[in-house]
Ligand binder design. Sequence first.
Ligand SMILES: [Zn+2]
Ligand SMILES: [Zn+2]
Length: 882
Amino acid sequence: MAFSAKTPRSLIKSDLPSPIHRKLRKHKFLYISNRRKTHQISSTQPQQQLSFLNTNSLNSSDPNSHLHLLCINGKLQEALNYLDSMQELQIPLDEDTAIGMVRLCEWKRAFEEGSKVYCYVSNSSNSLSLRLGNAFLSMFVRFGKLGDAWYVFSKMVERDVFSWNVLISGYAKKGFFDEALCLYHRMLWVGFKPDVYTFPCVLRTCGAVPNLERGKEVHVHVIRFGFEADVDVINALITMYVKCGDLPKARLLFDKMARRDRISWNAIISGYFENGEYLEGIRLFFKMREHWFDPDLMTMTSVISACESLGNERLGREIHGYVIVTGMSADVSVCNSLIQMYFSLGCWETAEKVFDRMEWRDVVSWTAMISGYENNVLPDKSLDTYRMMELHGFAPDEITLASVLSACAYLGKLDMGIKLHELAKRTGFISYIIVANTLVDMYSKCKCVDKALEVFHSIPDKDVISWTAIILGLRLNNRCFEALIFFRQMKVSLKPNSVTLVSVLSACARIGGLMCGKEIHAYALRTGMALDGFLPNALLDMYVRCGRMGPAWNQFNSQKKDVSAWNILLTGYAQRGQGKLAVEFFNRMIKSNVSPDEITFIPLLCACSKSEMVTEGLKYFNSMELKYGVTPNLKHYACVVDLLGCAGQLEEAYEFIQEMPIKPDAAIWGALLNACRIHRQVELGEFAAQRIFESDRRSVGYYVLLCNLYANSGKWDEVAKVRKMMKDNGLVIDPGCSWVEVKGKIHAFLSGDDFHPQINEINALLEGIYEKMRVAGLGGPKCDSMDGVEISKAEIFCGHSERLAVAFGLINTVPGTPIWVTKNLYMCQSCHSTIKFISKIVRREISVRDTEEFHHFKDGICSCGDVEILRKALTNTTSERN
Ligand SMILES: [Zn+2]
Ligand SMILES: [Zn+2]
């Protein structure tokens, strides 16, 4: 069959719009261009005309066979030029040559050129022959141009099962599963009998949906059309059942197979892996070798991943040995799987060995190393490897970027994080949500929460991880109030996961948002997440930090009691200064056969310190290593300094520091400074401060302590000097902020907040209380109009915001209801005595949690036992009181 240029060229009539249409028109225009007119040549004498027209290559006797030769030799451009000449000379193209052209275009992935060939052909004929049609069909399907393929299909006068197969597989490959299945049914309906190629394709589609019902239907067709013995078809059936989760059915088919090939084995083995039955899969893998089937690379990579999922190091190493013996260890993908496996088993050194021995590596290998280090908490190595990767000229992909960004977040490397952000923007990887989410996390952890918010808002389709990252970021940067608002917004469109809930609970714990915390608890119970991951302990922590020991105990009793759970409750006792209870609780923990860890001893020692149980505290400290095998670290030493110092044994504390086996850090000297503040030992305090500022000039807390030391001793010049030092160093103290929960809603009060709608009411109430205190002879509580020096004494850094919160609570709740306030700074003496007084006259229980401890006021007494006040009274020789 030939296509003559002389046949009338009518436009293809079709109801199907096709992209080819446009090209067709364009080409028609080219075809009748004046070039053709200038070379009016008769097609009866092609050879002669051709040789005169051009080129040295046209010396063949038959242009069609010459063109065919060019196609076979893969000379696409030459072939196209030649075709142009042939067209101009109106030499008909024969079918075989046309097919050769199409195959060449398909082979060279040349879509534009392929369309051009199609235009030539369809210009010369209205209908397509079967063979040529099929060639075009498979070319367009290969290019993913389903519209064009469909158009060709509709133009074919005659079709065979191949045509149908190609079209069905085209739709299936593009993810149009319903359309593919629909085409399959049409094919049956018009009377075509499916062949060995049809079934695998259709079955793959059923597995991809996955649709077990349709799959079973196709299984029936397999039997009806007699393909039950065909290995390829049965393999496809096995895979379909596996993907649809019907493992028993897949196994039955596999067991009944009279003849199996390697694909059958791979299908059933990976089927077990995919459905989480790793052991059975591995068992079959060994059986496969017994049956003398050599596993291929695909089998090996999936077996290695299974060892990873099983967490079985011994098996993993055995498989590694097998891979080496069979020579498959030279394969990149096998090595990449091995690296991933070793990292996931925590054997990062072996992973390094595999990587070092690789002859050549791809971006996946590098990324496996970078993310492996990152997951094994070796962020430094992760960054080093990334630098090496860059040196080796590999460009990162989205996974690499996300892993490196996580490492930056961990190390607080903001400058590198910013560079990676730039790179992500440049390369377009920022559009990957995994990259954007890690950027949010990186900026949050590097304390640039506003930048994190900017990235977050730029994500078009935020997922649960994006929201969780920003909520956690706000929490980490002490913007808990906003964290709760974001959580509410998130819930409108997405279902939070347990990590989100843990982050929100942490925010609730921080600002005392009990109602919000309880809501989350209820939500976790409703959705069955209450026992997921860290959630039980996060709930426990929330109750403890909100001061609700009752519900905390209920939660403790309903969950898995790991060492963290015990530590959280122990911290609760420590924050209340309940040393005796803490010790009792610790003994109970030992009796329950829970081994204490490093963290356990911190609240325990802290509780002893608050209750001035010096002997007990020292006893526990000394038994840490001997009895419990926990080596004391700097934090424990700081606790002991605090224990001795707060009890007034400053000399002993100082000696203790000097005898420490490790170099004391700023926190140790800070504990001594704090003790000196309480006991007004200016000289030793100044010495401690000097030691602190040698290593840490950025922590505001130490400056505040020093200021308070001077203020307590009346050294106002020195206070001014320290404050200037802070200013020079660009340090600012967080503004005082208190939160109070009223009717489930949290209200925040900043120090000196004059803009609150109820501020006049609040101030009036406080004035009334101050008046009553003066009448009662407790002149101490300062109203702001009092003597400036007096006010600024010990409370220069308090801000007194808790008074506003308490007053607001009194105004807006029913008499008798307790009031719970949370504060971001320490509560000052003056606020302490004012709230004590309030609790007496209004007969309300008032709780204030500051950064260090809980103050539970009832009938004019505070649960903290006024330890500090007593200490003050004992050591105070001046007439400061009243
Ligand atoms: Zn205050
Ligand atoms: Zn108190």
